[in-house]
Design a protein around this ligand. Structure first.
Ligand SMILES: *[C@@H]1O[C@H](CO)[C@@H](O)[C@H](O)[C@H]1NC(C)=O
Ligand SMILES: *[C@@H]1O[C@H](CO)[C@@H](O)[C@H](O)[C@H]1NC(C)=O
Ligand SMILES: *[C@@H]1O[C@H](CO)[C@@H](O)[C@H](O)[C@H]1NC(C)=O
Length: 266
């Protein structure tokens, strides 16, 4: 880790003044794009100051408050926050999954347009020397529309009968917790979820597949064509099946005929 990257100056300059050469840091996730009404989890790690030296004595320090706020560089107490460990009325859609030791993970559910923001994390310890906000923050972008696409587990153009194939529905923006529907030749399938498992494949599985989000009919993937080729051996199997079926049918109709004749002449 580069100590001198853009994240550090605030903390380090402050701490050197207090005769502590500890690196206080926050590791935010990269920018997040998410679909409206979905849920995002911002995985976050931090390293607080653990002690400082006062008049030659080593004094331990302890985190007393953690805060997440929107669009503010410092997040100090007068700033409205989305989460404040010392508050009793935090926004219910913002759930702090972290702790006061080193995990600052924040989960936002039922995302709305107003959640578009740069979020920053602030830690406060029992001495102002250790108060710290990493100004880089994490950018959350909420979109009402995203391009969906299907990724197949098979990169062959034609699939052989008997194989299995998994189609996955994906997008550049996360859509966690939203219901994903699947379509074949324009008709909705029973299956839902991120992945559609198909197999053992038969010729009947050939077709045009699409996936999409229920919340918005515009969010459908372009069609993904699946072509299932019946194997060479299948050429023998098919006439055989037809032959057996015909024989059975013939036997049944003869039986019916016999039955009919017997009833008729009794
Ligand atoms: C901070 O809290 C720790 C642990 O409770 C305590 O040992 C320490 O003396 C406190 N430091 C200050 C500066 O109050
Ligand atoms: C931080 O907390 C989150 C949520 O509980 C968890 O998923 C994640 O693994 C934790 N990170 C670390 C490094 O422990
Ligand atoms: C989605 O990501 C792909 C590559 O990961 C990129 O080529 C494409 O332009 C992106 N689409 C949008 C709408 O951002």
């Amino acid at each position: 880790m580069a100590v001198w990257d853009k994240k550090i100056p605030w903390g380090l300059v402050f701490l050197l003044g207090g005769a502590v050469a500890q690196t206080v840091s926050v590791n935010y996730p990269g920018p997040v794009c998410a679909v409206e009404r979905s849920t995002v989890t911002l995985l976050c790690i931090f390293t607080p100051i653990s002690s400082w030296t006062l008049e030659g004595r080593n004094v331990p320090l302890q985190i007393v408050r953690v805060v997440w706020c929107q669009n503010h560089l410092i997040c100090q107490s007068i700033t409205p926050s989305v989460y404040d460990s010392e508050s009793k009325n935090n926004a219910p859609r913002y759930l702090y999954l972290g702790d006061k030791k080193g995990n600052c993970t924040l989960q936002i559910s039922d995302l709305q347009k107003k959640d578009n923001a740069v979020l920053r994390f602030r830690m406060e310890v029992n001495h102002t020397v250790g108060h710290f906000t990493d100004t880089s923050g994490v950018t959350v972008t909420v979109v009402d529309k995203t391009e969906m696409r299907i990724i197949s587990s098979s990169d062959e153009e034609v699939t052989t009968a008997g194989q299995t194939v998994t189609l996955r529905c994906t997008s550049n923006c996360t859509f966690h917790q939203l219901r994903v529907s699947w379509y074949k030749d324009g008709h909705a399938l029973q299956e839902s979820g991120l992945a559609l498992h198909l197999g053992p494949l038969t010729a009947g599985d050939s077709g045009s597949y699409a996936c999409g989000l229920n919340t918005n009919p515009r969010m459908h993937s372009p069609p993904h064509t699946l072509r299932v080729k019946v194997a060479e051996g299948g050429g023998v199997l098919l006439p055989l099946t037809v032959g057996v079926t015909l024989t059975v049918l013939l036997a049944l109709s003869s039986l019916a005929l016999v039955f009919f004749i017997i009833r008729r002449f009794n």
